[in-house]
Every structure is written in C-alpha cells, then in structure tokens.
Design a protein around this ligand. Structure first.
Ligand code: MLT
Length: 409
C-alpha cells in the first residue's frame, strides 16, 4: 500500500482548522471568555424565508409516493440550471447556456475537483495572498515541489498582490497554463475591473491557458462598473471556467449548493497534439462519475433564490453583511489602521499595526479582545503583515468586537 506522498508536502493544517485549533486551546484555558469569531467567512443569518418555504414544499413532495424523487441528474435539475443561466449570465449579456452549468455542492470542492480533468505538467499561477485551496489541492495532486521557508511551493508562479500594486498583480512574466483568479477577492476584498479582466482573458487566449475564475463573492459587488462574471469579457467563453456559490449570498454554507460553468468553447490540446478536446466533455464525464448531484430539496431552495421575493431577501442579507463591513472599516480607519476591501466584498483586509507579524497579531487580538480574525500570512507569504476580518456575524457581535478592538489595539 502506498499513500499519496505529495500530501506530506503540505506545510501545516488547512488554515481554518488551524485557527479553530488555536481558538479551542484558548477557550479551554479560559472557558469564560466570550470569543467573537470574525475569522472564517461563514454566514450567521438564517436562510431567507422564500428559500425555506421552497425547501418545505420540496420536502412535502418527497414525502408523497406520487411526487417522490430518487436520483436526480448529476449536473443538476433543469429548473435550477435554467434559472442560473438566465439570471446570472444571460441577463448580463453573457453567452452561457443551461447545459454549460454544473450544479455542485461547493465552489471550494469544485476548484479542487477540476484538477481531475487537467494534466500534471501545467505551469500554474496563483495570486499571493490566495485562497489556500487553490494551492493545497495542487500540492496534493503532485503538481508542485516542496515548500520553501516562506511556504511558497516550488513550481507554482506566485503573483504578489499587496498595497504596493493596489492588490492588482501584473500578468505573469513567464508563460503559464492555468491561472486561478478570485474576484471579488478572498482575502483582500479587491475587485477586477473590465480592463483588468480583459487583460487576463487576452493573456489566456495568447498562451492557450485556462482561467479558473472563482466568483463566490459576486453578490457583494456594489460598484456598477465592476463585471460580475468573467463572461462579460469578450472571448472568455473560450478560456475560462467560472465557479459560483449560494453560500455567501443566500446563506448556504451549511446547506451546500454552488455551480461551475464549463462553456462548450473551452478546449485544450489532445494527447500528442491531436485534435482539441472540449473540457465540457471531460468535466461531464468526471462529474457524472464521481458526483450524484445536490439534493432535490436543496436545489428547489436554490431555485427560490431567483424568485422576486428570494432576490429581494438575498439583497437585504447581503446589505446587512455589507453594513457590518462598513462598521468594521470605519472603526479600524478611526484607529489609524490601513484598511482595504470591505466595499465590494465581505472581507476587510488590514495592515497589522506597527508591522506586527500576522500570527502574533492574531494571538494578541484573541487574548486581549477575545476576537478571532485570519492572519494574512495564512493566505501566502505576501499576506505577512496583513490580517483579514470577516463581516459575517450578527450586528451585535460586530459592534461588540469593534468596541473591544478599540480598547485593545
Ligand atoms: C474563507 O473564510 O476564506 C471562506 O470561508 C472559505 C470558504 O468559503 O471555503
């Protein structure tokens, strides 16, 4: 028996369990501490009523012989795929059809799963800091060498995104085959405008590269000029796969529903330079082999996110978290801290005061204010000296966390 030895290259535990471990150790030592968690971007507010009602109805259907359903289509029910195509893409002028949409149980899962249809020799570019899943799944798949002392893996092309370049990294100076982009960005909260995305799409077309575009935070875009989908850029349906989620807009982090768009026009060279192969064909085969679909009840709930009522309720949920974000940004700015993000994303990215390193700021905030955030260095070497605060929490907790931070920072 052999194990996947590539997994042993992973530097530490996955970031969020590592934070949970430190918080557990702290609360074990201080059981009376009332810890406020603004670390992992997990929603706190209940599912919108229109979604709950649709799920109740679907459960009733499942309870009657005449309307019971067993296995559904692995790619998702047509009723949901059609709504997604119409509202998320066609309404914005994007040429995406329902049969190019694959309903999934999460964007995180599918960013990792997608490696199943890609080869081992690709040169891969990621932003730094980066959502750790893009890097760790490539490490596990054996696409990298070992990590250096700063945690950068050999073989990956890191594109630093810091205050010095306005969190907008330059295009890779060496050719790459696979590019991970996340906009609105986790963790920095930065967005990419039309020109920036156009440059990426042109790069991908010129280098025959694929863009994996994670748009999990799309609902948080408030700036009317910022594209919501990479398919708003001409030519993107030939070079980009987009991932979206119901987690952060409709509160589905525990309910699980997302989707991945694989346009039929995205192709890659076949073996030995043979005819080009559509990734849609490979992904259909992979998805239908390894996945049995999201439950009918949950897909009916997701469908209700597109009703007039559902859309209005989701809007107020997003507005609620964004008001939290502006409270956090305002407080930290008043404290003289440099603050980024938080206007088109539910994350506030800040410079640690006096150049303190990210994990020591994490420990200090936990001990002094009993507030949990996410150390920037956990997202990559270029995140050192930064810290992320999530706007996902109740108003009361956000207010209390800010009061404590005022007293301790
Ligand atoms: C985060 O905090 O970065 C997110 O919760 C991660 C995720 O959505 O998986």
């Amino acid at each position: 028996m052999q194990i996947n030895h590539h997994s042993l290259k992973l530097q530490a535990g996955y970031l969020f369990p590592e934070i949970a471990r430190r918080v557990d150790a702290f609360t074990t030592a201080q059981p009376d501490a009332d810890v406020i968690r603004l670390g992992i971007g997990d929603v706190t507010e209940p599912l919108p009523p229109a979604i709950v009602a649709a799920m109740h109805d679907a459960l009733d259907e499942m309870s009657r012989r005449e309307t019971f359903r067993g296995y559904g289509p692995e790619q998702g029910y047509a009723f949901l795929r059609e709504k997604i195509a119409e509202h998320d893409y066609q309404a914005r002028g994007c040429a995406v059809d329902a049969d190019e949409i694959f309903v999934s149980d999460g964007s995180k899962c599918d960013t990792g799963n997608f490696l199943d249809v890609l080869g081992a020799g690709n040169r891969i570019a990621v932003l730094d800091p980066v959502y750790p899943v893009y890097v760790d799944t490539n490490v596990m798949a054996g696409h990298t060498g070992e990590a250096d002392t700063e945690g950068r893996y050999e073989g990956l092309v890191y594109l630093p995104a810091t205050a010095d370049n306005d969190f907008a990294p330059a295009l890779p100076s060496e050719p790459v085959d696979l590019i991970y982009l996340c906009y609105p960005n986790n963790p920095t909260g930065a967005v990419a405008g039309h020109a920036a995305l156009k440059a990426w799409v042109e790069y991908a077309r010129a280098h025959d590269a694929l863009i994996l575009f994670d748009a999990a935070y799309e609902a948080y875009i408030t700036d009317p000029d910022v594209p919501h989908s990479i398919y708003e850029i001409e030519g993107a349906t030939e070079v980009a796969v987009e991932l979206r989620s119901f987690s952060k807009n409709a509160g589905f982090t525990g309910t699980r529903c997302a989707h991945t768009v694989v346009p039929r026009g995205v192709t890659a060279p076949g073996p030995g330079g043979s005819d080009r192969v559509p990734l849609h064909q490979l992904w259909t085969r992979r998805h239908t082999t390894k996945f049995n679909g999201v439950s009918y009840i949950v897909q009916r709930g997701a469908e209700a996110a597109y009703s007039d009522e559902g859309r209005a309720q989701i809007r107020s949920l997003v507005d609620f978290y964004m008001e939290n974000a502006s409270i956090i940004s305002r407080t930290l700015t008043e404290l003289g801290i440099s603050v980024y993000g938080g206007t088109n994303a539910p994350y506030i990215w800040l410079r640690t005061p006096d150049g303190e390193d990210s994990w020591s700021f994490f420990d200090r905030l936990l001990k002094q204010a009993h507030v949990v955030g996410t150390p920037g260095s956990g997202f990559g070497a270029a995140g050192e000296g930064y810290f992320r605060i999530s706007a996902f929490n109740s108003r009361e907790n956000v207010g209390e966390a800010m009061r404590r931070i005022r007293e301790s920072v």
